[in-house]
Design a binder for this molecule. Structure first.
Ligand code: PAF
Length: 293
């Protein structure tokens, strides 16, 4: 595996490979790699000649400096896992390399960031869109794989790619879960044993919301109230940031459940904040991000 720290050097190297006709697949990450990331990487490996992974804990997408400090960093293990997966290129930029003195350009994807994560983490998606566009410009991949556990991020990145006429495909990957249903996340390792146990309630709350929709309930207030009750009982250590039902792909709260919707929630445990979601088509009895690969 070749490791690059300089944006210019990796850009030149990949430009040459692209010129030789190689298909470049890209998986951007913030490291602390788990099975969820490895599944994205395997998908990229299957469909590309050269798989590029970036590891960069992007400071400008953290609204809370404590969260940035605590974000797990496991570079040694990450490099080993990437070698084992047969990744050809690891891009490991520094904050100064990505944002040198005088850096002034930021990307905003309006409206789609107004609710859910966007409302609870001011500036988060501005930071995500900015770093993702920079990474796309450096790597120039033919496609990039994004996990649907971060559904709002996926739809925002897709919107940006379309709006700015970027020449790449955004490939979604289903949410990867632990056997007890908890969505895999780098932050899970921060949880105390008791919080970890209670965190499985997020998945149960989503399943309850899904069952209500599949049984014909179309009032978001009633669905959210039942999910809230479940979370309060089964995850008392968690403070609910939001439970939302939003239209897709525009990510606006709905008055009535109709068509494809995002059922999303965020819960703050003492050690870490967790998010999870289902992307549903209730009329068809489908959960999109639990089925595709
Ligand atoms: O999903 C993540 O890990 C990050 O938001 C991303 C896409 C790597 C940008 O920093």
């Amino acid at each position: 595996m070749l490791v690059f720290e300089s944006p210019k050097e990796v850009q030149l190297f990949l430009k040459q490979l692209r010129g030789e006709g190689k298909v470049i697949g890209f998986v951007p990450t913030m490291g602390a790699l788990h099975e969820g990331h490895l599944r994205l990487i395997r998908k990229a490996r299957k469909e590309s000649d050269v798989t590029v992974v970036s590891i960069f804990v992007n400071p400008i997408q953290f609204d809370d400096p404590g969260d940035f400090q605590r974000y797990p960093r496991t570079l040694h293990e990450d490099r080993y896992k990437l070698e084992m997966e047969g990744v050809q290129v690891l891009f490991l930029p520094s904050p100064e390399g990505m944002y040198p003195p005088g850096y002034s350009t930021f990307v905003e994807v309006e409206n789609l960031d107004r609710y859910m994560e966007g409302a609870h983490r001011p500036g988060h998606f501005r930071g995500v869109a900015t770093v993702v566009l920079k990474l796309f410009n450096i790597v120039k991949p033919h496609f990039a794989v994004f996990g649907l556990k971060d559904a709002q991020q996926y739809y925002i990145v897709k919107r940006m790619v379309e709006d700015l006429n970027l020449d790449l495909e955004i490939v979604p990957h289903e949410t990867v879960r632990e056997p007890d249903g908890l969505a895999m996340s780098s932050r899970n390792r921060l949880l105390s044993p008791e919080s970890r146990k209670q965190a499985t309630a997020l998945y149960r709350a989503l399943k309850l919301g899904k069952e209500m929709m599949f049984s014909g309930e179309r009032d978001p207030k009633r669905i959210k109230a039942e999910m809230e009750k479940l979370l309060r009982t089964e995850a008392p250590l968690g403070k609910i940031d939001y439970i939302e039902i939003a239209s897709l792909p525009d990510l606006q709260p709905v008055e009535r459940v109709e068509g494809k919707v995002l059922l999303a929630l965020a819960v703050r445990f003492p050690e870490a904040r967790l998010i999870d979601n289902f992307i549903l088509i209730p009329e068809d009895g489908l959960v999109w991000n639990e089925r595709i690969d």
